[in-house]
Design a protein around this ligand. Structure first.
Ligand code: DLL
Length: 425
């Protein structure tokens, strides 16, 4: 299949040559213009001139979220502030704010990789896009918006929230493509269902879902409920926003990384050592073409692995199962919310709306899975799920099945973990 840009199917050699040349530029650009990189390269005893091929990247130091926090607001800029055309800020659920900036050229590149992403997902010019990602400081809304316009789509910039209005707009305007976090897409689906509308009545053909982890079970739920192809899209503000990688509709076998702009590595989260292809570890990205805020070996905390290309030349990253930060350690067992989600979705009487509550009781941690019953379904009080969780993950949990609508919906990224252990330590 032809991509949006010929580079998507260029030969591996051509891609490597381009990456090498761009990597050299990016290392030099960062070193020359950002005092932080000059300090960190110097401290590690490396200089951009030490780079001759892509394997040399491993000699350069990592950049972390903490580094970005300390540079707040403009310390990571590699261009004069006056050349910056856009700023996004993430409040960070756990800490101080981080900020990212874009020059006009960076915004063009972002729209380009987003247009490619929508195209790879099956989107085409003249389609109508219902964009329910949040507009504003979050990169989701505007990032998707610019890409959809670049591709030649008509965008309805709904943003998140006002779920009834979203449903009405989908009914009235008959869009082809829905863009939302998977959890918020479910909330929209519930609203359409409440109006008696099923997959056959809904105009949507495609959904571009991301910004949070979601499982294959959730994909089936979204595909059947809307009557669409549900495609995974990944990205993070520090690297660009949405559009770092995306699944191709023809294969849905992991997310092709737009490697001509974002160079991926997988490292051991503890030692930082680069892991061989195919092994699971922490994703690390280096920007190859960003002007305002280059990132060198940025540690995402996201866990995945790299696989060879299929529908495109570019390598794939496996669907992100979780962030290192979201890993729950329950009595010595490591669990990600996505593992619980997969088991919830395997139970026909449970809806995929859930929360994991962590408590500390008599110095031992305990977890309650609060999950909604499906409308009209007969449930067993949650005993079946508790049993499956124990059998599959080896942990004892309490399951609390609540009435449909009993779990609060979020208009953006869903909060899956409520940690009530703080202060009880
Ligand atoms: O969430 C950018 C984005 C917007 C991606 C819309 C896709 C769609 P941040 O707010 O900086 O940026 O959050 C980035 O979200 O490190 C992952 O932990 C998580 N994440 C993003 N996409 C996915 C995905 C946007 N497809 C953080 N699967 C990342 C799993 C994802 N996690």
């Amino acid at each position: 299949m032809r991509g949006f840009d010929p580079i998507e199917t260029a030969s591996r050699d051509e891609l490597t040559a381009l990456q090498t040349e761009r990597m050299r530029w990016s290392l030099r650009h960062a070193y020359a213009h950002v005092p932080f990189y000059r300090r960190s390269f110097d401290a590690a005893g490396v200089h951009p001139d030490d780079f001759s091929d892509l394997a040399d990247l491993a000699r350069f130091p990592f950049t972390t979220k903490q580094d970005l926090r300390e540079a707040f607001p403009f310390g990571m800029f590699a261009v004069p502030r006056e050349q910056v055309r856009r700023i996004h800020v993430s409040s960070g659920t756990t800490g101080a704010a981080t900020l990212v900036g874009y020059t006009a050229e960076d915004l063009r590149m972002w729209a380009e990789v987003m247009a490619r992403s929508i195209h790879a997902a099956g989107g085409r010019p003249r389609m109508m896009v219902h964009n329910a990602y949040g507009y504003g400081l979050f990169t989701g809304g505007l990032g998707m918006h610019d890409g959809a316009e670049r591709l030649g789509c008509a965008v309805v910039p709904v943003s998140g929230g006002m779920t009834q209005r979203q449903a009405q707009l989908i009914i009235d305007l008959r869009p082809d493509l829905l863009m939302a976090t998977p959890s918020y897409a479910l909330a929209i689906m519930d609203e359409l269902r409440a109006r008696g509308l099923g997959p056959g009545d809904i105009s949507l053909r495609l959904g571009l879902f991301g910004a949070e982890p979601w499982t294959e079970g959730m994909r089936a739920e979204l595909e059947q409920g809307f009557g669409i192809d549900a495609i995974d899209i990944y990205g993070l503000s520090e690297v660009i926003g949405p559009g770092v990688s995306v699944e191709c509709i023809e294969t849905k076998d992991g997310l092709h990384v737009w490697e001509d702009h974002f160079f991926p590595e997988i490292v051991d989260p503890d030692t930082g050592k680069v892991l061989p292809a195919g092994e699971v570890g922490e994703l690390v990205f280096t920007s190859l073409t960003k002007h305002a805020m280059p990132v060198i070996r940025y540690r995402t905390r996201d866990l995945s692995r790299l696989l060879p290309g299929t529908a495109r030349t570019m390598r794939r990253m496996e669907k992100v199962t979780g962030r290192a930060d979201d890993m729950i350690v329950l009595r010595g067992v490591n669990v990600f919310p996505s593992q619980i989600e997969a088991l919830i979705l395997a139970e026909a009487h449970l809806a995929p709306h859930y929360l994991l509550e962590l408590r500390r009781e008599t110095r031992l941690d305990s977890m309650t899975v609060r999950v909604e019953a499906r409308d009209g379904g007969v449930h067993d009080g949650g005993g079946g799920l508790a049993h499956r969780i124990h059998a599959t993950l080896g942990i004892n949990v309490r399951v609390d099945v609540v009435a449909p609508g009993g779990i609060e919906r979020s208009a953006g990224k869903a909060k899956r973990i409520v940690d009530l252990r703080e202060g009880e330590r």
